[in-house]
Ligand binder design. Structure first.
Ligand SMILES: Cc1cc2nc3c(=O)[nH]c(=O)nc-3n(C[C@H](O)[C@H](O)[C@H](O)COP(=O)(O)OP(=O)(O)OC[C@H]3O[C@@H](n4cnc5c(N)ncnc54)[C@H](O)[C@@H]3O)c2cc1C
Length: 397
């Protein structure tokens, strides 16, 4: 059996390893447009690669019911067991799972050499433009005027549009549209947010906060985390998650963020702390509570220095969302091949033995290992389709 995998990102690599282990005699070739294999993986988790989330809460994804269904076939515990069965040593930090090496680079080196030793072939650089099928149902990949094949199955793991410098630039999407797949439009997900308010005085500041996101009618999101302030926007994991929660919706209607910079301190306690600092050190009392960029902002906005007004402000910051940063700064794409185009085991409903893995499908998760978890979960679902081939191949052998 010959299998072509399009894309040597996480989901293509995981699919290759799973199927090669299942079918040692299969000829699996992974085609990758970048010279460097696994380019995006090197950048994950700030170079540490948050490979999995142990809890795998379906609510962390845009389509919780699809994920719940997937988890009823492949329980969350199987993901860690799978990596461990490949010899990957893991460390857990709460629900966040990392390679024990704590190094994305080592993780990439380990897995690509493992795949190669299993017998997987990698071809790079290879920019696939399209594919076609012959009358026997075999597939061929098309590049310039080259036609590579035949293959019995094709796994499309080409990612989406986020972080194009790391490979996923949407170059295969026209081919999918041409073959009649319904693509939910791609939008940047897990991206920093631009604000209507002028926050340039806060550039460089970081502050823990309870962040809530709303649209005109309802609350969409709530989470605590560190907010990083930039000249024209805000970032940090909690903000990236808020951005996805806002922009997952079809229509984004007057989104705003509300922040409590001191969620564990009551407002009256803050007033008391401010009043005490002011009594002791009137010229620099704000420095007792907040970092210097906030000091400058509060001094400008509240020249009278009333502790009651300042405490209320710090507990109830309101920012109106102007937009978000683009794909360049986004970690995952919202949108993708519509889920009704595939079976529960991710086979195309209208082209036999074509499968979709990872971010190309309309699934996106929050920060915290949810997207690499999906890359593995989707590969595990696809591998289920090949279990029948194992039976057939063993009989032949
Ligand atoms: C900076 C950053 C940090 C992140 N950190 C984390 C993290 O710590 N934990 C987590 O869970 N998620 C993280 N993510 C998200 C996660 O990395 C992705 O969701 C995941 O890697 C997607 O895997 P994929 O295989 O589906 O797609 P990709 O990783 O995008 O791989 C697709 C591959 O296909 C190739 N390709 C595309 N088009 C073609 C073509 N026409 N021909 C040939 N090859 C093609 C691309 O070059 C690419 O190598 C991070 C993302 C970024 C950008």
């Amino acid at each position: 059996m010959k299998i072509a995998i399009l894309g040597a990102g996480a989901s293509g690599l995981y699919s290759a390893i799973l199927i090669q282990r299942l079918l040692p005699h299969a000829e699996i070739t992974v085609f990758e447009k970048e010279t460097k294999l696994g380019k995006k993986l090197y950048a994950t988790g700030n170079g540490h690669c948050n490979v999995l989330n142990r809890s795998l809460l379906p609510e962390a994804y845009n389509d919780p019911s699809f994920i719940s269904k997937a988890l009823s076939v492949i329980p969350a515990s199987v993901l860690m067991d799978t990596l461990r069965s490949w010899g990957v040593a893991l460390r857990e930090d709460g629900n966040l799972v990392y390679p024990l090496s704590y190094s994305a680079e080592s993780y990439v080196h380990y897995l690509f050499s493992y795949a190669t030793n299993l017998g997987v072939h990698f071809v790079s650089p290879f920019l696939a433009e399209d594919y076609e099928a012959d009358h026997k149902g075999h597939y061929f990949l098309l590049k310039n005027h080259e036609k590579i094949g035949p293959f019995d199955a094709l796994i499309i793991a080409c990612g989406a549009k986020s972080a194009p410098r790391l490979g996923s630039d949407g170059s295969f999407l026209p081919a999918l549209e041409k073959h009649g797949y319904h693509l939910i439009p791609f939008r940047p997900g897990l991206a920093p947010i631009k604000l209507q308010e002028d926050i340039h005085l806060l550039a460089g500041a970081r502050h823990g906060a309870l962040v809530k996101a709303f649209d005109a009618t309802q609350q969409l999101f709530q989470e605590e985390g560190e907010v990083l302030f930039k000249k024209d926007g805000i970032s940090g994991i909690v903000i990236l998650n808020a951005e996805s929660a806002i922009y997952r919706r079809n229509k984004v209607n007057s989104p705003r963020l509300e922040m409590d910079l001191f969620p564990h301190i009551e407002e009256k306690t803050l007033i008391r702390l401010l009043s005490k600092a002011k009594a002791e050190n009137a010229s620099h009392y704000l420095s007792s509570l907040v970092s210097e960029p906030f000091v400058r902002l509060l001094e400008e906005r509240f020249p009278s220095g009333n502790p009651v007004t300042i405490a209320a402000h710090l507990k109830h910051l309101v920012y109106h969302v102007k937009g978000r940063y683009d794909f360049m700064d986004s970690q995952v794409s919202l949108g993708g091949v519509a889920l009704n185009e595939v079976t529960n085991q991710l086979e195309s409903r209208h082209e036999k033995r074509i499968y979709f893995a990872g971010e190309i499908l309309n699934i996106d998760g929050f920060c915290g290992g949810y997207n690499l978890s999906w890359a593995l979960l989707s590969a595990l679902l696809i591998a289920e389709n090949f279990k029948a081939d194992k039976g057939r191949m063993t009989k032949i052998i």
